[in-house]
Structure formats: C-alpha cells, structure tokens
Design a protein around this ligand. Structure first.
Ligand SMILES: *Cc1c(COP(=O)(O)O)cnc(C)c1O
Length: 233
C-alpha cells in the first residue's frame, strides 16, 4: 500500500528528474500539494512528511481546513487555486496566503482593499487561459499585460506571477508547447519590468513538461493524495 509520504517522495523524484533534464537547479521548483476533496488528516499526513504548501479549489472547503489546522498555521502556506466570486473575497483575503486564480481587476481590487493590515500583502498570480478554451476561466493572453500592471499597482497585493491549466494533452511535445507559450508570456511581462518570480504550471499528468519549460511551481493533487471522487475536478 502506498502512503502519502511515499507518493510525495515519488513526486519529488519526478521533479528532480525533470530538473536534471532541463539542467535547472531543483531549488527553483516548489511543490504545491493540491488537497481539494481530501480531509484534514490527509493534509496532516503530508505535513508530517515535510510538505508545507497546500492548494484548495473551493473557498469554503479551504476555510474549513485552514481552521481545522489552525494549530499548525505558522508552518502552512495556503493557496486558493479555484474560481473566486466577489462575495467571497473578504474571507479569502483574511485567511489565505496566496490566490492564484485572479483573472479580473475587480476581484484583485477587492482582495487588496480587504487584506487585513496585520497580515503581509496577499500573494497573487494571474490565471491565464493559455489554451484559449471558451469554457475555462483566466485572462486572455492578449489582456494579461494590462491586467498585470493594474494588479501590481494595488497596495495590499504582491503580484508573483502567472498560473495556467493548459488543455490536457497526452503527448509530451504537445504538453510542452502549451507550457512554452505560458513561459513566453511570463518572460514578456518580466521584460516589461514586472518583478515576477512564479510560473505556476504543471499538474500530476504534465509536471515534467512544465518543469522542462520553466515552471517554478507545480500543483499536484492525484499523484500525492490519490484519485478524487469522479464528480469533483
Ligand atoms: C485539481 C487541480 C490541480 C491538481 O490536479 P491533479 O491532476 O490532481 O494533479 C492543479 N491545479 C488546479 C487549478 C486544480 O484545480
């Protein structure tokens, strides 16, 4: 039987191999454990195995887990990676360390205004619809620059970079093409003077492709915690 600790070790090996292929130092890539649909005990097991950063998709589920693990709050870093509606921005600004799914200025403005003064600025990434899918959330690549400059100017946010969920592709080359497009956008924004340090890309099925194309944060759920119930994403 495999455990969360074994799975984490496997994922770290995959990241190490991809970094070696890409001739990148392994310290450039952070592992975000996507704990959505898994309970607090699963998070505690990962924490015991040394994992510190966790991603949640659903606001209420994330808030419940943050509260359930309040005793370990100082060691944990909580990322919201799912869609955020404007009526939920206050609780998110109060509880999370990162929001990776910002794709509208209105949401960013609310998060900045509502981030409590005693906390450091909220880390944010812009979610980019890199595959151009009509159903996906995320800012269109052509609009990312304008949004990034506007978000970077907000006082209580720290714009860290870009996040994307490319359309699933089976072949490594096709996976790499989508990640390469995201990386090109990231490089272009940095060339415009934005101090970005985070390219959040790569999941259980495509983390190698993402790391080879420059990802600095892979978001991995299934390969750590196992299969989710079919109804959830
Ligand atoms: C669920 C999810 C992941 C993790 O996906 P896996 O395929 O289980 O690794 C990563 N990013 C986002 C935004 C997700 O919703």
């Amino acid at each position: 039987m495999t455990t969360i600790s074994d799975n984490l070790q496997q994922v770290h090996h995959r990241i190490e191999r991809a970094c070696a292929l890409a001739q990148r130092p392994v310290t450039e890539v952070t592992l975000l454990a996507v704990s959505k649909t898994f309970n607090r005990e699963a998070v505690r097991a990962a924490l015991a195995a040394g994992q510190r950063a966790f991603g949640e998709n659903y606001v209420q589920e994330g808030l419940d887990k943050i509260a359930a693990l309040a005793d370990r709050r100082g060691e944990l870093e909580w990322h919201l990676i799912g869609p955020l509606q404007s009526n939920k921005t206050r609780v998110v600004a109060e509880a999370f360390d990162w929001v990776q799914s910002v794709d509208r200025l209105k949401i960013a403005e609310r998060l900045s205004a509502q981030r409590p003064a005693h906390l450091p600025p909220l880390n944010v990434c812009l979610q980019v619809n890199i595959s151009g899918e009509a159903s996906k959330s995320g800012v269109a690549p052509a609009e990312a620059s304008a949004l990034a400059h506007a978000v970077a100017a907000l006082p209580r946010l720290r714009l860290r970079g870009l996040m994307a969920i490319p359309e699933p592709e089976g072949e490594l080359d096709a996976q790499r093409a989508a990640h390469r497009a995201l990386r090109a956008l990231y490089d272009a924004l940095r060339a415009e003077g934005l101090a970005l340090d985070t390219l959040s890309a790569g999941m259980s099925a495509d983390l190698e492709a993402a790391v080879m194309e420059g990802s600095t944060m892979v978001r991995v759920g299934t390969a750590i915690f196992g299969l989710r119930p079919r109804a959830s994403i």
